[in-house]
Each structure stands twice: as structure tokens, then as C-alpha cells.
Design a protein around this ligand. Structure first.
Ligand SMILES: *Cc1c(COP(=O)(O)O)cnc(C)c1O
Length: 448
């Protein structure tokens, strides 16, 4: 099984060629458990099967039971729209068994990943000292960064590993932040927001009111809330963080891509003060899964927290100035060189193409807001700041929204799932795919 089989290679490459050319990608459907179990039954046995047979089970039975998040009609959660160049290069990362653990083993891959991290740090205005690595997703990025914040604060303040510490987070922070705090044993000081946007004034007021003696050591700002695309008051939060000696973490897993878009860049002012910043290229920077960038203002702090100490690893830790071990900047050890597909695509297409593609989703969101405003049965819930649009269908309750969502998917018109806003079930579009057209949106709005 380790020798090259030309027929097997052709089978898979031909399948990939076809998938890459699908235009549009079909949305496809939710799976049915018994049907899938029947399709898979008896497949993993002592003796193998003809690869053509196995591939056809995948292509005909399994793949259609995966809703295509790269369809321009996928408007739920946060969609994906990887570029063809990035997808193809992901195959290179796989076929060349590229890892990106240490400079000793993988300098070529790491140099390219760091070039992309540098580009993102420059867009954010972070100092030349900034650096980090690519991890699996925003959740992994938030976890890695907040551990550094926690341990750095404990060291600075002379606290022990079991002393209580807290992080200020808004009531709009992503669920992964709440999860992270629970995992790392840091409590949340949940700050209520006015109008869902976390401001420096909100933070100052919460700290002034706070009577709990456990120190607040940091603050999480969101640069693009997942539900509504709201960018927090980064400048105000950065100033408050500086006054109160707090670690300033910016979660831009979804919205960080807006740094590429001149029409919204000003909303991110203050991000340059981040002690740590996370953005998911597998969301709005058109990279394949799974890829998130975590950047630190002072990477040496991350290194002192995350470096794994094992005698067999001594060899990767030298004092060479060019040495950069991505494994030292998050909780992982072995890692895929998952930044390379983005690097390749950025180098091939140039940053202007990224700017235009991000702007395209922002325009679609603005045009959709206009369509909703003009529609007699719809109400726009708030002006979209980024590419998420929340709206209500007058007279609908939860059942109607869910039935509408199922109808749209069954008819392969779109995948649009309801969300909740201030306790009410409402409709939501998340735009990201440059191939999503206003005509598609009109087609969807015609069904309400
Ligand atoms: C998506 C998202 C996350 C989690 O990222 P994953 O890549 O899904 O782990 C965290 N924060 C925000 C704001 C997000 O939108």
C-alpha cells in the first residue's frame, strides 16, 4: 500500500478535478443514519476492496449527505469559500506529508507560513515583533492565547496556579471563549453591553462596579460577532486594558478578514494594541479547513508558556536566531503546515483579489439590507456592519422560520438557518462566498 498505483491516483485525481469544476457546487442534503450505515456496512474487513468501488460509495452515498458549505447558497453559520489555488495546494500539503512542527524539520514550510502571519500582523498594525502560528480553528486560537494571558498575569502578579483569576468578556463573546475559560480554570466577568457592542465604557463601568476580590487579568474583544457581525469598540477596550493592566485579546475568527476591506477597516481601529489576535482563514480568507492564525504581540511570552519540555525535543530548541518553532506558540505539538494553502493562494492571486472578495460579501450584505427594507413583509433587525444580516418576517414564530429553512434546503434554493436575537427567533444570512449574487438573495426572499 506504499507503492504508487497509477489507477488509484487517476481515480482520485479525476474525482477531485470534477469536484473542483462543479459550478455551482450542489448544496446537497442532511444525511439519514440508516441509509449511511447500510452504505458503509461490511466495508472495513480483513481484505480490502476495489478502490473504484470504495470511491463510488463515497461519491454516490456519502458526499451527497454533506451539505456543501462552499456553495454560494450556503448562508448559515459561517460559510466557506476556499479558492481553487488554496484547495489544490492543500493536496500538496497532504501528498508531500508536510508538517510544520519545528524549524529544524520544516523550515521551508514555516518560512512561508510566517510570511502570511507577517502580512496579517501588518494589516492589523501589530509591531514587527509580532508572531505566532496557525492552529485548527478559532477555538484552538482562543484557547492557546488565553492560556498565555493567564500564565503571564500569574507570573507578573506573583499568583500561584490555583489562585483565582478572571477575564472580562462581553455577553456577546463567542461560545469558544466561554469554553476556553472553563477549560483553563479562569472565571468570566461577564460584562453586559448596550446594543450588543462591547465598549471601553462598558468595561470601565463593570470594573468600577465589581466587588469580587479575584483579579481581572484580561479582556476579550470580538472583531465581528458571529451572529450579527458587530465589531467591538477595540480602541476604547484597548485604552481601558492599558489603564487596568489587562491582557487585550481580540477574537476576529470570523470578522478579522475585514482588515482586508477598506470600506470597513476603520471599525478595527485599536486592534493594533492587541496582545493576541485570532483570525480564521478557513472562514473569510478563503482557505480550506482547518486553518486559524493566532498572533501574539510578544511571542516570547507564548513560547515560555507553550514550549513542551521533553528530552527528545531538546534538539529542536537551539539558540539560533532564525529558529521559529510553531509548536511553541500554541498547545499543540505535531501540526499540519495548514498555513501553506493560504500562502500559495495569496502569492498566486495577490492581496487585491482578497480585498475585492471580502468587499464583495460586504456589498451583498448591504444590498440585501436594502432588499429587506423595501420588502413589505420583512424587517431589518439592524444595519449590517460586516456580512451578517439579521431580519424578521412579520407574523412568523419559530415554527414558521424552521419550516421555511427546511423548505429552502429541500428545494436546494439555499441553506439558511434561523438564529435568535434578544430572545426572538429570526432569520439570518451570513455572506462570505463571492459567488453569492443578489439574484440568489431575491430568489430566497421571494419564498417568505
Ligand atoms: C467561528 C468563531 C470561533 C470559533 O472558531 P472555530 O474555527 O470554529 O474553532 C471563535 N470566535 C468567533 C468570533 C467565531 O466566529
Amino acid at each position: 500500500m506504499h507503492t504508487y498505483d497509477a489507477r488509484l491516483a487517476d481515480l482520485v485525481f479525476d474525482y477531485m478535478r470534477e469536484r473542483l469544476q462543479l459550478d455551482p457546487v450542489p448544496l446537497d442534503h442532511p444525511g439519514e443514519r440508516t441509509k449511511l450505515e447500510n452504505a458503509l456496512s461490511g466495508l472495513l474487513t480483513a481484505h480490502g476492496h476495489d478502490p473504484a468501488q470504495v470511491l463510488s460509495i463515497y461519491a454516490e452515498q456519502l458526499a451527497p449527505a454533506v451539505i456543501s458549505c462552499d456553495s454560494p447558497r450556503f448562508l448559515s453559520f459561517i460559510p466557506a469559500a476556499p479558492t481553487k489555488a488554496a484547495l489544490l495546494f492543500d493536496m500538496v500539503v497532504s501528498c508531500a506529508s508536510l508538517q510544520g512542527i519545528s524549524w529544524l524539520e520544516a523550515a521551508g514550510a514555516i518560512a512561508a507560513e510566517n510570511q502570511v502571519l507577517r502580512l496579517i500582523a501588518d494589516l492589523a498594525g501589530m509591531p514587527s515583533s509580532a508572531g505566532g502560528c496557525f492552529v485548527t480553528g478559532g477555538s484552538a486560537g482562543n484557547l492557546s492565547a488565553l492560556v498565555v494571558a493567564r500564565d503571564t498575569a500569574r507570573r507578573k502578579r506573583g499568583l500561584g496556579p490555583y489562585d483565582r483569576v478572571r477575564f472580562a468578556v462581553s455577553d456577546q463573546a463567542h461560545s469558544s471563549v466561554t469554553n476556553t475559560l472553563r477549560i483553563i480554570g479562569v472565571e468570566a466577568l461577564v460584562v453586559p453591553t448596550t446594543d450588543h457592542r462591547f465598549t471601553g465604557a462598558d468595561l470601565r463601568a463593570a470594573l468600577a462596579r465589581d466587588t469580587d476580590g479575584a483579579p481581572v487579568i484580561g479582556v476579550v474583544a470580538t472583531a465581528g460577532t458571529t451572529n450579527a457581525g458587530i465589531v467591538d469598540d477595540l480602541a476604547g477596550l484597548a485604552a481601558a486594558a492599558s489603564d487596568f493592566d489587562l491582557w487585550f485579546h481580540v477574537d476576529g475568527a470570523y470578522g478579522g478578514a475585514g482588515l482586508f476591506a477598506p470600506s470597513v477597516r476603520a471599525k478595527y481601529d485599536g486592534i493594533e494594541h492587541a496582545d493576541s489576535f485570532v483570525v480564521d482563514p478557513h472562514k473569510w480568507l478563503f482557505a480550506p479547513f482547518d486553518c486559524a492564525a493566532v498572533l501574539y504581540r510578544q511571542p516570547q511570552l507564548a513560547k515560555s508558556v507553550h514550549t513542551q519540555d521533553a528530552s527528545y525535543l531538546d534538539v529542536i530548541h537551539t539558540d539560533a536566531p532564525e529558529e521559529w518553532n510553531p509548536t511553541d506558540y500554541a498547545y499543540h505539538l505535531t501540526r499540519r503546515a495548514r498555513g501553506l494553502p493560504l500562502w500559495f493562494s495569496l502569492a498566486v492571486h495577490g492581496t487585491n483579489a482578497y480585498r475585492d472578495a471580502v468587499e464583495a460579501a460586504l456589498s451583498t450584505a448591504r444590498e440585501t439590507a436594502d432588499l429587506i427594507r423595501r420588502h413589505p413583509d420583512l424587517e431589518l433587525i439592524r444595519e449590517p456592519e460586516l456580512s451578517a444580516v439579521l431580519f424578521r418576517r412579520k407574523g412568523w414564530g419559530p415554527e414558521e422560520y424552521y419550516a421555511w429553512s427546511r423548505r429552502l434546503l429541500a428545494g436546494q434554493v439555499a441553506f439558511v438557518t434561523p438564529t435568535s436575537w434578544e430572545g426572538e427567533t429570526v432569520a439570518r444570512f451570513a455572506f462570505l462566498h463571492p459567488g453569492t449574487t443578489t439574484a440568489m438573495v431575491e430568489e430566497i426572499l421571494d419564498t417568505v
